[in-house]
Design a binder for this molecule. Sequence first.
Ligand code: KIV
Ligand code: ZN
Length: 512
Amino acid sequence: MADKLIIFDTTLRDGEQSPGASMTRDAKLRIARQLERLRVDVIEAGFAASSNGDFEAIQLIANTIKDSTVCSLSRANDRDISRAAEALKGANRARIHTFIATSALHMEKKLRMTPDQVFEQAKQSVRFARNLVGDIEFSPEDGYRSDVDFLCRVLEAVIAEGATTINVPDTVGYAVPELYGNFIKTLRERIPNSDKAIWSVHCHNDLGMAVANSLAGVKIGGARQIECTINGLGERAGNCSLEEVVMAVKTRKDYFGLEMGIDATHILAASRMVSQTTGFLVQPNKAVVGANAFAHASGIHQDGVLKARDTYEIMRAEDVGWTANKIVLGKLSGRNAFKQRLQELGIQLESESDINVAFSRFKELADRKSEIFDEDILALVSDESITHEKEQYCFVSLSQHSETGERPHASIVFTVDGKEVRGESDGNGPVDASLKSIESHVKSGAEMILYSVNAISGSTESQGEVTVRLQSGGRVVNGIGADPDIVVASAKAYLSALNRLHSKGDSVAAQG
Ligand code: KIV
Ligand code: ZN
């Protein structure tokens, strides 16, 4: 039987560290359910000690997910590790992932610790964690840029203390495939007890090589776990992309010879869910999940594919979840059909009253738009006002006027902590006027660093999905809004960003 390759997803932890990608508790649970459907082996659900919000999200995911192992990151100290163990108490299978930096640069400049202190702390932390949970992963942060002799000493010691997985991060995306693969191989060959642990790769994409490096870590180095994120989400240029690495191993089974538990038919839904939740759009030419990934525009290619698919296709679109856009529901669909579709999409609203709110929003949308696609439903339930998330600002109505040669004007009604307020403003265009009309009342002073509009299901009849990214006081947040009217979608996205700006408490950065 072929070796098993473990897929460890860290969208909810390393992915969330991407500026503006922070997710609400309910959104994280929705994504965790989709990851379970995808049959990922391990879900890194967050970093329990970083904030109460993260702790609660991990706890909720641990209590809900049955098939995948649920993992929490923790720095290598007793407090963080206890917090992780506490959050994971309800899990069927729990893992603690503890880390400390081992490169000379990080130890000296960031931790201000000597190598001997780091060595002792790594050992002591794994011993402490092992008394709480049986499944322990250890990561030497900036491992790839660490001195190999020192790294061997640390990793041998933590395996002796009971670490069951050893993960070797290329934290800053500096590696190249052959060297990274050989680095893992050297560690495994030189460490006497290396066979007592599963070896894992964790690559960042700063030079665009995260997937290639991870695959080299597997092929050359003998690693049997890959850490990755949906859409390659993650800090800076992101992490190794799950969909790419999984489809590489599947499509080139002749070369890798590895088995995975993944059900790839759920990949596209996972990609869309993460994109819709975070507001990070997927580029059209992105492998596997980009809109053009299976589109053949040139006449020669179209002709070839029509004659024999494999002339230009190495994977089948349907194997990763692409189907023709389905009209799933319409104006005449009833509550039961709507509820069933939510279930099929893996969306579980907390109460009947949430379903009622979502259903009435669906009816409003169906009145304005005859064809409702899965993407519309996902956008609808991503709207925080349907779920139990606390909302300070809530959209009510908007009117705006624009005419060639005149300066556009907007007037908006929204609620602040349940109380209705109005704002008015002129602007360069209708969107600008609408957002300024919100600011005229809120006066957040936040700087807008991104504004983007995307047609959810392609045509001009589709809902517009708007992402607004705001920066204020060192924090960056994304807000997302969807509506057939893109000016309304923009106002909703702006209010959603303000809600996020004013809600989540400070959290501790994993690599700070
Ligand atoms: O990139 C990294 O080093 C990490 C560790 C915390 C595993 O994400
Ligand atoms: Zn990382």
